[in-house]
Design a protein around this ligand. Structure first.
Ligand code: ADP
Ligand code: MG
Length: 320
């Protein structure tokens, strides 16, 4: 009856939008002691929007030209903002509203800027050379056409200093649990796009359902941006500000302490999913994540992660 039990487990899983890539999952899941959730794109819907922009108006179009080549949720928000215009207010550092730049980028959604040498800086942001980005008011020896988009640290390192007004926009965004995306070129940081993400409505109930296990949240976000999650009683531990290779390291370390499952989105988390004893990928994801995971949850609903555990338990009982 064993193959039959597994076959029916696989079928039940499929009906719930769960593709089980490794049938050993039905056994291994029951011994999971620690379950690690990635934050962005997993506990949150990963559908970010730009809430405000502080600083120079042109910066968003330049940033969008670079972010078009990135698959980070923050990148999609910046591109959408440049194409569709503001969702709510676009506020400058002095409190006024930004003019809509007359960029063709916005009207067509296509690349009209000359972008070369795109580079990813994992866990920090992206950069590229955009012809004409130079602000013309600097003697900074750094490549003035280089547009850098991401964390304040990255922009400071590759573009130039962050002025006080933008520095306080960064601090303010973090205080409100939002993600400040800094845009720099021409020798300095020029703007901050404040990006907000929506947590999935079901995240609390799903985490609460794992009360008998250790629940860990792992995120590349800064500590301040994770307050809501950190303060929830169902969350036992939070690792914040963890770079992509640090995620793998953390999962390995937890896995030495006890059997560890990792739940992550397809895009960035493939190595961490592979490093875990049980990897569950959320969302249709990329081929890489699908290869790395023991199960792929295609339904855009965290409750399917709970179903993986329930189905495995049911199947295991039938195998015995
Ligand atoms: P997470 O999945 O938890 O957001 P990441 O490693 O993907 O972790 O990103 C860590 C941080 O690096 C983000 O919070 C953001 O500040 C910055 N970052 C990464 N990629 C980008 C990007 N394409 N555009 C802007 N910021 C980025
Ligand atoms: Mg992520």
């Amino acid at each position: 009856a064993t193959p039959l039990a597994v076959a029916s487990g696989l079928r039940d899983a499929l009906e719930r939008g769960i593709v089980v890539a490794n049938a050993a999952l039905f056994e291994s899941v029951s011994s999971v002691e620690t379950i690690v959730f990635d934050k962005t794109g997993t506990l949150t819907a990963g559908e970010m929007t730009v809430r405000e922009v502080h600083g120079e108006a042109d910066a968003i179009d330049l940033a969008a030209a670079v972010e078009r080549r990135s698959e980070h949720p923050a990148a999609a928000a910046i591109v959408a903002h440049a194409v569709e215009g503001p969702e709510s207010d676009r506020i400058t550092a002095d409190g006024g509203h930004l003019d809509h730049a007359s960029g063709d980028v916005r009207s067509t959604g296509e690349d009209v800027l000359d972008v070369t040498d795109f580079e990813r800086h994992p866990g920090e942001g992206v950069s590229a050379t955009v012809a004409g980005a130079r602000a013309g008011d600097t003697d900074d020896p750094r490549d003035a056409d280089r547009v850098v988009v991401g964390t304040p640290t990255l922009v400071e390192r590759l573009a130039g200093p962050v002025p006080d007004a933008l520095e306080s926009a960064v601090a303010d965004a973090r205080d409100r649990g939002r993600l400040p995306v800094v845009i720099g070129y021409g020798g300095a940081a020029r703007a901050v796009a404040v990006v907000g993400d929506r947590t999935r409505s079901e995240w609390r109930s799903v985490l609460e359902s794992f009360a008998d296990r250790e629940v860990v949240v792992l995120t590349g976000d800064d500590a301040a941006a994770t307050t809501t999650v950190r303060e929830h009683p169902a969350v036992d531990r939070v690792f914040a500000g963890v770079p992509p290779d640090g995620k793998v390291e953390t999962v390995r370390r937890l896995s030495r302490e006890g059997v560890t499952a990792m739940v992550g989105d397809g895009t960035n988390d493939a190595p961490a999913l592979a490093a875990a004893d049980v990897g569950i990928a959320l969302g249709s994801g990329t081929a890489r994540a699908t290869d790395a995971a023991d199960a792929v949850v295609t339904a855009s609903d965290l409750r399917a992660v709970r179903s993986v555990f329930d189905l495995a338990e049911g199947t295991r009982r039938r195998i015995r």
